[in-house]
Design a binder for this molecule. Structure first.
Ligand code: AMP
Length: 323
């Protein structure tokens, strides 16, 4: 895979939403959410050129868009449909925060969204296809020419059960064109229709993405690279937190941090992927400590660095064991 001169541009496409969130620790009503919101905020903390493509309705307050701009996210590609309502999602988490019920998904303006990328976005190198209708993901993929007309250098993608169940055909077509897929364990099992994660990884990688990250919530993440038949596997732990308030967006933050790190170092080697998994995990561990996107709107690079160091200490196996 080619290298990407750093710092590379990152384009995040996904949802910008209103979320209503219930956890055992509280409730947040119609707060700013959406996969693109979380992922772009995460990526922008690591690399300077982060572009956003999404759609909102006439009900979306300008102050939310301004909050993204204040954090340095380029919102030229944030379309507004004044006649429609913004994508709305409601979820309820149980005592075990790894599990949640989706109470409502109202596509609203997303149902008719046909993104047209601003000219200034088309040369993007690192394309982050956030959790979204795969038909829209494909349309964006087709519009990114990359710096030399041959398309984006790296395509990272996320999806979820909603799209796996409702749009398997278009999802399969996007998968064929993706370099890195980032999904959670339940989605990997569902996508591959098999309970074993290693087997699921092989089947998914055979369908397109050379690199696969399987997130396992509070149990960390697995990275599969190399040969599909004999993969190289890297396991990163999750940071053991005493207080988790709201896991919403953790997966998107992970993807934004993962892609942002690769854009920043300009490398797509196995080591860079491993680093990206740790950085993504460190950022996600911060995101879940507050409701909605609050923590992501305040997080600093120093916070991320500190937690990456904590991750290192957390999983360091004394060398003499393997000497
Ligand atoms: P995560 O917790 O990482 O799965 O992301 C949660 C975010 O994804 C919320 O802010 C929602 O607005 C958004 N979301 C929920 N369902 C969907 C969907 N079907 N497609 C796109 N984004 C969604």
């Amino acid at each position: 895979m080619p290298s990407i001169p750093p710092p590379a541009s990152v384009l995040v496409v996904g949802t910008v939403a209103f979320d209503t969130i219930e956890t055992p620790f509280g409730r947040a009503e119609r707060v700013l959410g959406g996969s693109a919101t979380y992922a772009s905020l995460a990526a922008r903390l690591l690399t300077p050129d982060v572009r956003l493509s999404a759609v909102v309705g006439g009900d979306f307050p300008e102050s939310h868009a301004e909050a993204l701009r204040q954090r340095g996210v380029d919102t030229e590609g944030l379309a507004r449909d004044p006649e429609g309502e913004t994508f709305f999602w409601a979820g309820r988490y149980h005592h075990d925060l790894n599990h949640r019920d989706t109470l409502a998904t109202h596509l609203n303006v997303l149902a008719t969204f046909e993104p047209e990328l601003p000219e200034s976005y088309r040369d993007t190198r690192v394309l982050c296809l956030g959790n979204l209708d795969p038909t829209v993901q494909m349309s964006v993929l087709d519009q990114v020419t990359g710096p030399d007309g041959s398309g984006p250098t790296l395509v990272v993608m996320d999806t979820m059960n909603y799209w796996i169940e409702k749009t398997p055909g278009p999802l399969g077509e996007v998968l064929e064109r993706v370099d890195v897929l980032v999904i959670n364990d339940a989605e990997a099992r569902e996508l591959a229709d098999t309970p074993n994660l290693v087997r699921a990884a092989r089947e998914i990688r055979e369908r397109g993405p050379q690199t696969l990250v399987i997130k396992k919530g509070e149990h960390g993440a697995l990275l599969f690279t190399g040969e599909t038949e004999a993969p190289t596997v890297f396991a990163a732990p999750a940071y053991p937190l005493e207080e988790v308030l709201d896991p919403t967006g953790a997966g998107d933050v992970f993807m934004g941090g993962f892609a942002g790190h690769l854009a920043r170092v300009g490398e797509v080697t196995d080591d860079a992927f491993r680093e990206a998994v740790v950085v993504g995990s460190a950022m996600a561990s911060h995101a879940v400590e507050a409701f909605g996107p609050q923590r992501m709107l305040e997080l600093t690079e120093a916070d991320v660095r500190q937690r990456v160091a904590a991750f290192h200490a957390l999983s360091a196996i004394p060398a003499r064991l393997v000497a």
